[in-house]
Every structure is written in structure tokens, then in C-alpha cells.
Design a protein around this ligand. Structure first.
Ligand code: ES4
Ligand code: ZN
Length: 317
């Protein structure tokens, strides 16, 4: 089934084998002695326990070619799962804080996106994410550094540690991005409360909510999301591995879809959470008893919610 992936952190697609290869070629020390030992450390209790190891993994990325190779590996893997359109998150502050130039990050990722269209038939674009555990001033400075590359990304997002860092902390920088004609998305309601989904919509004015699974706790919010067809980019295996739901069978994806919400299925950080797009679909369907009609709706939602042009949407829906 052709589909769009709307929630993938490119640094979360970095497989242990590539982490070790880049560590060796770049002379970067890592705290694990083998690929197996690193993979064994992938046992998480919540979002923060994952983020600590995710930022450590990203420390091997130094050169434009590293960013290119990481994105290319993801795009080849996505193509194998019949992902024909991908909107890819990247976390520039993780790299610029280590002295890597913004141009190195964006040019490397963008070159892989251009090649994906020509060689894989995958349409790929970039969304720059601000790290919400850092200050809004840091986000504003990051936006400034990215402006010379404005034509190489289509939007901005908000990720990292959610609880204690509500969307409204980033009101000014999102307002500025809106003025620049950038698309706006934000993680909200992954671990955080429905109130964060409300302020992502009403203060930041985002077009989609990343995760949003806590929304089922607030009937008025469910009504708003359904009425305005606000898409939720849901990531079932991520939610399982970060203990948002105890088991995949407990996931609320069916409740979201049956309430008329524009939910989609995505992989989030596939190298860490045990599966790319098709794995997310097959495991979720096996565990929750979703039907073929749900599968069609999920694929349709992914194109409808994407930032691609109307002709591409029509081709696939
Ligand atoms: C993330 Cl699963 C998740 N949540 C928030 N921020 C993130 N960055 C990378 N993966
Ligand atoms: Zn995410």
C-alpha cells in the first residue's frame, strides 16, 4: 500500500551498525564496545530514558557526508516499505551545539532527499525541529542560522522532553516561522497532557499534532480535532517502547480513527523502536484488530495530512 510517512526523526533512523561505522571513520569515542552491546541498551522506561541514548548516538555525525548517508539509508528503507512521500524531522541543535555547522546538516540531508526522488521515486522534504528542553532564545538563534537554507526545508516542529516544556514556551519563534510561510507542527500529548495539544493548536497554530494520543482523555479536544480534521501522526511502536501504553493491544489508535480523527501511522525513531513503517502497520493491526477499511483510511489520511501538492494527493487517494 503506498503511503506517506509524516513523523520520522532522521537521527532516530541511525542504526547501530552505522553509528559504529561513523564513530570509526570520524574518530569519535562511544560508550559501548559493540553493536550488540549498544542494541542491548535499547530498553526504555519513558521518553527521557530514550532521548539520553538517542542524543549520544547522534554524536558520531560530523560531516555533510554523514548526514547524507544517514538520510539515504532511511530513504532506501522507506522505499522498500512503499513509502512514496516522507516529511523528515531533523534536530539541528543536537549538532550545532557540538560545533557542526548548520549548512553541513541541512546540505547533507537535502542532497539525500534530492537523490531519493531521482533514484527511488520517493518524494522527501525536511522539517526543522526545535528542542523544547532548550530556551526559546536558543530556538530563535537556530532559526536565524537556518534562514540561508530556507529553500531546503518546508516547515518547523517541536520535539524532545515534553513534560514541563509546554508549546506556549515557543510562541514567539512559531509566530516568526508562520510569517516566513513555513509549515508548523509540534509534538504534543505524547506523555504530556491534553492542555499541551490545545496550546499547540491555539497558541502555536500548528497544522498537525505529532503523537496526540493523550487527547482521548479530553472529549472537548477530541471534538475539536475531529471537526477541524487536525491530523495526528501516531507512532505505535514508539508508544509501546516508551511505555506510553503497556501493550500494543492497549493502544488507542482504533478509538482515534473510530472517533473520526485523521490519525496516521508512522515510525518515529525506527532504529530504536524496533520497526520501520510496515512493521508499525503489521504489528499494530495484529494487536488491535484494525480492519482493511482502517488500513485504507490510514493511508488516505497520510496523504491528506501531508504538505504535498493537490495533484500528488489526488494521485494516491
Ligand atoms: C522523539 Cl519519540 C520522541 N518524542 C519527542 N522527541 C523526540 N525526538 C526524537 N524522538
Ligand atoms: Zn517524534
Amino acid at each position: 500500500m503506498p503511503k506517506a510517512e509524516l513523523h520520522i526523526h532522521i537521527e532516530g533512523s541511525l542504526e547501530p551498525e552505522l553509528i559504529f561505522a561513523m564513530a570509526a571513520r570520524n574518530g569519535v569515542a562511544i560508550a559501548y564496545s559493540s553493536v550488540e552491546e549498544l542494541r542491548q541498551a535499547y530498553a526504555f522506561s519513558n521518553l527521557q530514558s530514550f532521548l539520553d541514548i538517542y542524543y549520544a548516538g547522534a554524536s558520531v555525525l560530523l560531516h555533510e557526508q554523514d548526514f547524507h548517508d544517514m538520510a539515504w539509508a532511511y530513504l532506501e528503507r522507506a522505499a522498500a516499505d512503499n513509502v512514496v512521500h516522507a516529511e523528515i524531522f531533523f534536530d539541528p541543535q543536537t549538532h550545532t551545539a557540538r560545533g557542526v555547522d548548520m549548512g553541513v546538516v541541512i546540505n547533507g540531508l537535502h542532497r539525500a532527499c534530492v537523490e531519493a526522488k531521482a533514484r527511488l521515486g520517493v518524494d522527501a522534504s525536511l522539517i526543522l525541529c526545535f528542542l523544547r528542553h532548550l530556551s526559546e532564545d536558543d530556538a530563535l538563534e537556530t532559526l536565524q542560522q537556518a534562514l540561508p537554507y530556507r529553500d531546503k526545508f518546508i516547515g518547523v516542529g517541536l520535539d524532545s522532553s515534553e513534560v514541563g516544556h509546554p508549546p506556549e514556551k515557543f510562541a514567539r519563534v512559531f509566530e516568526k516561522c508562520r510569517g516566513l510561510g513555513l509549515h508548523l507542527v509540534a509534538h504534543a500529548g505524547e506523555e504530556g497532557p491534553p492542555a499541551y495539544v490545545w496550546t499547540a493548536l491555539d497558541v502555536l497554530k500548528v497544522e498537525r499534532i505529532d503523537h496526540g494520543v493523550q487527547s482521548t482523555k479530553d472529549p472537548a479536544l477530541m471534538k475539536r480535532l475531529a471537526q477541524d480534521r487536525i491530523a495526528l501522526t501516531v507512532c505505535p511502536l514508539s508508544n509501546l517502547k516508551l511505555c506510553v501504553f503497556p501493550q500494543l493491544a492497549d493502544h488507542n489508535i482504533r478509538e482515534l480513527l473510530d472517533a473520526g480523527l485523521a490519525a496516521t501511522i508512522n515510525s518515529d525513531d525506527p532504529a530504536y523502536f524496533g520497526g520501520y513503517m510496515n512493521e508499525n502497520f503489521t504489528q499494530t493491526f495484529a494487536a488491535t484488530g484494525l480492519t482493511a477499511a482502517h488500513a485504507y483510511q490510514l493511508a488516505k489520511n497520510s496523504f491528506d495530512a501531508s504538505f504535498t501538492d493537490a495533484a500528488t494527493k489526488r494521485r494516491y487517494t
